[in-house]
Write a protein that binds this ligand. Structure first.
Ligand code: SAM
Length: 249
């Protein structure tokens, strides 16, 4: 069982990220779709199509939460992959399991509790690893990327969906106003957890810019790293592959 409260270097107790997601789990899906006006579903479908195009046999969805990205991948018709969803929050996983039971191909999906930075899973055991809006929440993005790289088979693909800030200054200003005031207000009204939705905007603003995140992926060992901006840059899909060893090496 994860710890609900962690201690900062200053010795102050703070709610762990997993504990925070346990609390907002019941309203997470509703708020996700309301706050993004439903665009998040299209973003996940795009990741799912990208993964399906690689025709993987085994897929790992890290920080799977309530399973929306996992379900989008499961729904890809031409794909018959086994999919594992991993998350640190048991409450998010409970909802993910319930939702997935109703889906076609549910027997190909399995959920496990764990830490994306240190999954304890076998190296080179997945053809594709996905992560939707999760890497920003892990304490150390570089460590998470190194773990994803370790878990991928040579030739495998990582597809990471994450919020980003638009490059256009006017659009960024409008988006930031919504993030700083609109999101915490709507979040508090629906979930009763103002702090969690305040965390959303601070974590998005504090996250790496797309070019810096691409460099982190390269430092973690990924090849063919690319960022694709979605909806004028309010989210990005980052892709990278794990090189196959060259002959003779
Ligand atoms: C914003 S939700 C995203 C859920 C889902 N992927 C989606 O697309 O809606 C972030 C998820 O990351 C999980 N999380 C945060 N830190 C984690 C970690 N270190 N390891 C695994 N999951 C983590 C949280 O519990 C939460 O379910």
């Amino acid at each position: 069982m994860q710890k609900d409260v962690s201690t900062t270097s200053q010795g102050q107790a703070e709610l762990s990220v997993g504990g925070m997601f346990d609390r907002i789990a019941p309203t997470y899906d509703l708020l996700n779709h309301v706050l993004s006006l439903g665009i998040d579903c299209a973003w996940r479908r795009r990741v799912a199509r990208l993964v399906a195009a690689q025709n993987p046999a085994r897929v790992l969805d890290l920080a799977t939460g309530t399973g929306d990205l996992l379900i989008a991948i499961l729904r890809e018709r031409e794909l018959s992959a086994e999919i594992v969803g991993l998350d640190i929050s048991e409450e998010m996983l409970k909802i993910g399991r319930r939702k997935t039971e109703r889906c076609e191909g549910a027997d190909r999906a399995r959920f496990v509790q764990g830490d994306a930075m240190d999954t304890a899973m076998s190296s080179e055991s997945f053809d594709a690893v996905t992560m939707g809006f999760g890497i920003r929440n892990t304490h150390d993005a570089s460590r998470t990327l190194a773990e994803i790289h370790r878990l991928l088979k040579p030739g495998g693909t990582a597809a990471i969906l994450e919020f980003s800030l638009p490059a256009n200054r006017l659009w960024r200003a409008c988006y930031l106003a919504y993030l700083r005031w609109g999101v915490p207000l709507i979040g508090a009204l629906v979930s009763g957890h103002w702090r969690a939705y305040r965390y959303l905007n601070t974590s998005i603003e504090g996250f790496h810019r797309p070019d810096a995140f691409c460099r982190l992926m390269e430092q973690a060992g990924f090849a063919n790293v690319a960022a694709t901006a979605l909806t004028w840059g309010i989210a990005s899909i980052y892709t990278g592959s794990k090189d196959k060893p060259t002959e003779g090496s």
